[in-house]
Ligand binder design. Sequence first.
Ligand code: NDP
Ligand code: 8X3
Length: 254
Amino acid sequence: MKITGTVLVTGASAGIGEACARAFAAAGARLVLTARREDRLRALADELRVEHGTESHLVTLDMRDREAVLSMLSSLPGEFGAVDVLVNNAGLGRGLDKVQTGDVDGWDEMVDTNVKGLLYATRAVTPGMVERGRGHVINIGSVAGHEVYPGGAVYCATKHAVGAITRGLRMDLLGTGVRVSTVDPGMVETEFSVVRFAGDRERADAVYRGLTPLVAADIADAVLWVASRPAHVNIDEIIIKPTDQASATLVNRS
Ligand code: NDP
Ligand code: 8X3
């Protein structure tokens, strides 16, 4: 698959975002990579330049910082500014507490990153897409956007919101030539669970114990496929789960 334009990936310093950056670089794209951990972005960009000759522009920002996201992503330099594909990936879960005992700071972080940050990036990038009459917004949703599970009320709410934004945005952009898709993973072994459990690696490892989870590259494959369909084809939604997962909570462990 060949992608010749500019692809902006939020949350490219780890996991699914990093895998998307690798997949689009291998396909020939120019990259805009965002995250808070600049050292990780720089190491990735250096590696992709050596491996594929990829040109990357790095934007170090916190997706919760409205002014930074709106200003930095709407004024990218030169050809980096003509974003063809926006992969709205940056996001996280915090804890698995019940609402009645939940950590309110964690709720704010999830809502501000997964929902508001995604909206800010979309608001910054889509006017240029509309002007050029082409572009593609690909959101990373979740099975948590289709189901809820105990202790997941707020995280699931953010991913249901991503689903609603995806469907609404597709209506808003109808007739502009800009496509809108969501790729919704089940269990992918990334830093997600380490972040969710605040660095408790034992608890994070237990999530995937005895089953074969997806890896980030499985999701990147799908994102690249969605982005590389002909211009008249819009893939609305893909749900991808491990063979060992039947629902958000029903898994097969050996
Ligand atoms: P990782 O923790 O491995 O990666 C998360 C990425 O998001 C990092 O690059 C991180 O960068 C970035 N990020 C998080 N918060 C912020 C912030 N405030 N500002 C800027 N960047 C931020 O997790 P995944 O790769 O698994 O997660 C990627 C997406 O996939 C998320 O939206 C998640 O909800 C979704 N998802 C994950 C699943 C899984 O099982 N892993 C399943 C379904 C969906 P940095 O910390 O450097 O800022
Ligand atoms: C992350 C996967 O199942 O923990 O979206 O909600 S799950």
